[in-house]
Design a protein around this ligand. Structure first.
Ligand code: H79
Length: 401
């Protein structure tokens, strides 16, 4: 588990034929498209510019330490050369991606959709594109055999896989709902652990366990209770798959704040890019990854290997802690002083992380008339003297020794 909680920041890739539709990876379900209507994307998906080395370079530059990629999403389309279906890319798109990321030192994980809106034995349900039709008798056991067989392929043909990200269980949520009994989750989990000892499995098999929990497009306000490892998956624009006409793009400062907030609460952030149907990251995504990278180049020390602190940060601040170093992230800029309860006489030196310049510790002299105004702080408060000018970085960080 230690590599995972040290990594803190990973890249999620949602890529499949829905990139050609370019209007959300759930388009087949949202628009209740028939197999025939959806087929055009299969026929025309031809990612001629695909070069996963470029993706991996962007991930490294952004400070990401691992990859999770959709081997198959809910639409059933497979990125790898599965023997069990023809509903797959014309060449294996998965192997070169895993190679490119591993070559650059990143860990790799596979997303695999438990749902399958293409398989003829996947029983109809509330999310299925054809939920308004009678699809006739379907045998979930035959589908589960197929699904288990595919997971076996993925975990035997592609070397070491570090995480397995199943999505998702919905037992008891209405018509055709499916969960651990339908997926045969316990058996599946056993196989995964046998084939890849040491792999980390997420919590969406419906078994109540999992090696880490996966809040999706939310920020758990107080972190995840019970000190369980967790990984918040987040989008750049509200869509996982490439979405051309979407305008909900998060700005760089918000994305950096999300990362800091996540690590301050002891979690990981898995940030998604939906590459387009030619196989490229679009400019709007690259701009944001590079913006995060500009901050990470100078501030990675407060993220990688860091986690929640036992100290409580003041208003508009977040702490992360790595060993006995404490990192104070200033989300807003106060005037001259920042007061840190509980840290009095526990800090020997303070500096900005971006330029290693000293941030003086203010010695409050009760006899000094101008310090009069600072009295009334709790005994154990540490006061830092900040410059008037806020450093020109997305989020300034003070490193406390
Ligand atoms: O792969 C990405 C999503 O496609 C997938 N998980 C991430 C990682 C996912 N999206 N939603 N869900 C899984 C769960 C279902 C969510 C729902 Fe809804 C929200 C069901 C009902 C409300 C959105 C609106 C989907 C159907 C209607």
């Amino acid at each position: 588990m230690s590599w995972f909680t040290e990594a803190r920041f990973g890249l999620f890739i949602h890529w499949g034929i829905y990139a050609a539709a370019a209007r959300h990876e759930w388009v087949k379900s949202y628009e209740r498209l028939s197999d025939e209507q959806y087929r055009r994307y299969f026929d025309h998906f031809d990612p001629d510019l695909y070069d996963p080395g470029r993706w991996a370079d962007e991930a490294v530059n952004a400070g990401m330490k691992y990859l999770v990629v959709t081997s198959k999403h809910h639409d059933g389309f497979c990125l790898w050369d599965s023997d069990l279906t023809d509903y797959k890319a014309r060449r294996d798109l998965l192997a070169p991606m895993l190679d490119a990321f591993r070559e650059r030192g990143l860990r790799t994980g596979l997303y695999y959709s438990l749902l399958d809106w293409h398989h003829p034995e996947f029983p109809n349900d509330l999310y299925h594109p054809q939920r308004d039709e009678d699809l006739g008798d379907r045998d979930i056991r035959k589908y589960a055999d197929y699904m288990h067989g595919q997971v076996r392929e993925l975990l035997t043909r592609y070397g070491r896989i570090d995480t397995m990200w199943f999505d998702f269980s919905y037992a008891g949520r209405g018509f055709g709902a499916k969960g651990p009994d339908e997926w045969r989750s316990a058996e599946l989990e056993g196989m995964v652990r046998e084939l890849q000892p040491g792999i980390l499995i997420n919590n969406r098999l419906g078994l109540g366990g999992g090696d880490f929990t996966t809040p999706e497009q939310v920020m758990p306000p107080g972190g995840v209770p019970g000190h369980r490892p967790w990984e918040a998956c987040q989008t750049l624009n509200g869509s996982w798959g490439y979405h051309r006409d979407n305008h909900d793009w998060k700005p760089v400062d918000l994305l950096v704040k999300m990362l800091v907030d996540t690590v301050s609460k002891g979690g990981n952030m898995l940030l998604n890019v939906g590459p387009d149907a030619r196989g490229e990251f679009e400019p709007r995504a690259i701009e944001r990854l590079r913006g995060i990278g500009t901050w990470m180049r100078l501030h990675a020390r407060s993220i990688h290997g860091a986690g929640a602190s036992e100290f409580e940060a003041p208003q508009d601040c977040r702490y992360t802690q790595r060993g006995d170093r404490l990192y104070l992230h200033l989300l807003s800029w106060p005037m001259k002083h920042i007061h840190l309860p509980g840290l009095g006489r526990r800090v020997a030196y303070a500096q900005f992380l971006h330029d290693a310049s000293e941030v003086p510790i203010e010695e409050i002299d009760p006899k000094e008339p101008f310090h009069h105004y600072l009295r009334g702080l709790p005994e154990d408060t540490l006061t830092l003297r900040l410059p008037v000018t806020r450093p020109d970085v997305t989020i300034p960080v003070v490193e406390l020794f």
